[in-house]
Design a protein around this ligand. Sequence first.
Ligand SMILES: CC(C)(COP(=O)(O)OP(=O)(O)OC[C@H]1O[C@@H](n2cnc3c(N)ncnc32)[C@H](O)[C@@H]1OP(=O)(O)O)[C@@H](O)C(=O)NCCC(=O)NCCS
Length: 169
Amino acid sequence: MNIRPARVSDVPGIHELVGVFAEKKLMIRRTMAELYESITEFCVAVDDDNHVVGCAALHVFWEDLSEIRCLAVAEQLQGIGLGRRLVDWCWDRARALEVKSVFALTNSVDFFSRCGYRVIEKSELPQGIWNECVRCPAFPECKETALIRVHEPEAILRAAGSRYAAAPV
Ligand SMILES: CC(C)(COP(=O)(O)OP(=O)(O)OC[C@H]1O[C@@H](n2cnc3c(N)ncnc32)[C@H](O)[C@@H]1OP(=O)(O)O)[C@@H](O)C(=O)NCCC(=O)NCCS
């Protein structure tokens, strides 16, 4: 299974995959137009026939904040490490863009913890990130948890006064 940046020809496959989980109220549904417009944010996992079996997107909010969105792995291929590889792709992409942190809002807390993310209070995230929430099937009863991973050593973030630094131990 190959992980690579998404192409416009992947959009129908991403749309179908996200649709499966949107139907189960696990994800926000995306229109084809939205996917084309944000295709540069996406990576995909593809099988030997170049069929999309996984996807994830990195959305940048600010110089020190980005979000993993649209993370999904086809049900029959879950549990073999594809989700982690997609999350790691987003992390590497954030590093390449010099964005200092990546967060996720998710019900898959254990999965993200296994991928190196730590739980933070949702109130620690800036107001601007909540615009999409009105489209969530769970809105306004959000039960998702916020998790974050930061690039810079925590001490540097704390010294810089970043809100994303963990409290000193
Ligand atoms: C969440 C999801 C992307 C995980 O993908 P996956 O390919 O099954 O995950 P991986 O095989 O890469 O698992 C990585 C690690 O997380 C663990 N893990 C995966 N799903 C888990 C779960 N639900 N609970 C606990 N641990 C989990 C795995 O055991 C593995 O642990 P390891 O450190 O021992 O290797 C996938 O289950 C999915 O697509 N879910 C439906 C869509 C969804 O809910 N998306 C929203 C996510 S924000």
